[in-house]
Design a protein around this ligand. Structure first.
Ligand code: FCB
Length: 451
């Protein structure tokens, strides 16, 4: 990929992509809805945020973007921008406040109204069933480390499916199982903030079991549009040193290969089992058939390149992150569109063949400000056009890519970074909740308009 200025680029437009290619934007329930409304139960993100030191300024998702009340105007933004689709998620604790048992009808009705609002505007609804807000009552029982969590999740999935399942263009079971498990139970960066290798291994297995359970239950109900959303980074060794090369291979196995290999091939990568196998639940091999049942499409979230170095001073996985020379976003993430092209081609060649793929998240955070009513974000415009170029190239190389969802429609609650990191193509003033489309929104509107 080139790195010329955004103005110098000749940007690709809708007609450069295959017929029917979807352009959309994504959000997630806890990040936009406003969790305090409508009788939702507490989630482990509420407790994580309330514990000092976890989240910047200890912010939580109680109000977020108040999409709970403003969904109509937000869907108008998508319609007016000429987008085809909205990717959203359902909050387990909003619908079943205690995680199991009684359903909160008010919460369920919200997703019914949201679905109507999406469809009324001619947009396609793309649902993710779980995007990280485990009900706190289930976290009390171990959450993703509990051996029954797949059954609890399966019951929740059926409640959602009863209400809106027949109207969804696609359904993903889980968003980013690596973040649900490894990032949250080994690295401790996300709720529930554990740093425990046994909890990590168990949650890495259980989250896949939950995926399999959801697929099985939805299949029984005749659903045909089922997938999962997995995050991938472009992992590279920090140097040519064999130790760094080994470290990168280990990280590639835990961060990139674990989940797709289990689903596509029914096994876990050896480099990851080397550290994790002693901590997996007994009999885990017996679950692999349920985990690897067929899916109808794969969701890919991609943001950055990650350099990895050997760390001889710590136990397995003996890795530490290293900083490269590429330009970074407000998150400190290295911008690498070529990594997206390589990833998509690799997924086709090694794992999924012709299975439809959608890029379900890609985008960047920047310290955006409204000046005289406008938000000038040339860095984001460049990021988007370069990643569109990478997707275009992957399609030319035979990848069956069906769509691209920008992350995110709105600036929102960026987890451990609270409201500081702005990923939206629409700016949100978190005092007034006023929405201001950024230059990147207008650019995308231009690129994807149907002429
Ligand atoms: C992904 C998450 C999404 C958002 C982006 C920036 O890992 O799925 O909720 O936080 O990163």
């Amino acid at each position: 990929m080139t790195s010329s200025s955004p103005l110098a680029r000749s940007a690709l437009t809708r007609k450069d992509f295959p017929n029917g290619f979807l352009f959309g934007a994504a959000t997630a329930a806890y990040q936009v809805e406003g969790h305090k409304f409508g009788g939702a139960g507490p989630t482990h993100w509420d407790t994580f945020a309330a514990t000092p030191g976890n989240v910047l300024r200890a912010e939580d998702g109680a109000l977020a973007c108040d999409q709970y009340h403003r969904y109509g105007a937000d869907m108008d933004l998508l319609k007016d921008g000429g987008f085809d689709a909205y990717r959203f998620s359902t909050s387990w604790a909003r619908v079943i406040p205690e995680g199991r048992g009684a359903v909160n009808r008010e919460g369920l009705d919200y997703y019914d109204r949201l679905t109507d609002a999406i469809l009324e505007r001619g947009l396609e609804p793309h649902l993710t069933l779980y995007h990280w807000e485990m009900p706190a009552a289930l976290t009390d029982l171990g959450g993703w480390t509990n051996p029954d969590v797949h059954l609890w999740f399966g019951d929740f999935v059926e409640v959602i499916d009863d209400k809106i399942g027949d109207r969804m263009a696609s359904v993903a079971t889980i968003n980013e199982p690596w973040c649900v498990s490894y990032l949250s139970h080994f690295l401790g960066h996300h709720a529930p903030g554990r740093r425990d290798i046994r909890a990590a291994a168990r949650s890495m297995h259980h989250v896949l079991k939950a995926h399999g359970e959801a697929i099985a239950r939805l299949r029984d109900r005749g659903r045909k549009n089922l997938g999962i959303v997995i995050n991938f980074e472009h992992t590279q060794p920090a140097s040519d040193d064999p130790n760094d090369i080994q470290a990168a291979a280990t990280q590639d196995a835990t961060n990139n290969r674990w989940f797709i290999e289990a689903i596509a091939k029914g096994h876990y990568p050896q480099e990851a089992l080397a550290g994790l196998e002693p901590h997996l639940p007994k009999g885990w091999q017996d679950d692999m058939a349920a985990i690897s049942q067929p899916i109808d499409w794969l969701g890919v979230n991609y943001y950055f390149r990650q350099l990895v170095a050997h760390d001889g001073s710590s136990p397995w996985p003996h890795t530490k992150p290293a900083q490269g020379h590429l330009a970074t976003t407000q998150m400190g993430w290295e911008i690498c569109p070529e990594g997206l092209r390589a990833l998509l081609v690799n997924l086709k060649d090694r794992y999924v063949g012709d299975l439809p793929i959608m890029v379900t998240e890609n985008g960047m955070a920047w310290d955006d400000h409204v000046k005289n009513g406008v938000v000038h974000d040339p860095e984001r415009c460049a990021y988007i056009t370069d990643h569109m170029g990478a997707m275009h190239q992957a399609i030319a190389e035979g990848v069956n890519l069906k769509g691209f969802f920008y992350w995110s429609l709105l600036d929102n609650y960026e987890w451990a970074f609270g409201y500081e990191r702005r990923f939206g193509m629409v700016h949100v003033d978190f005092e007034t909740l006023q929405r201001t489309p950024k230059a990147s929104y207008h650019m995308l509107k231009d690129l994807i308009k149907r002429s």
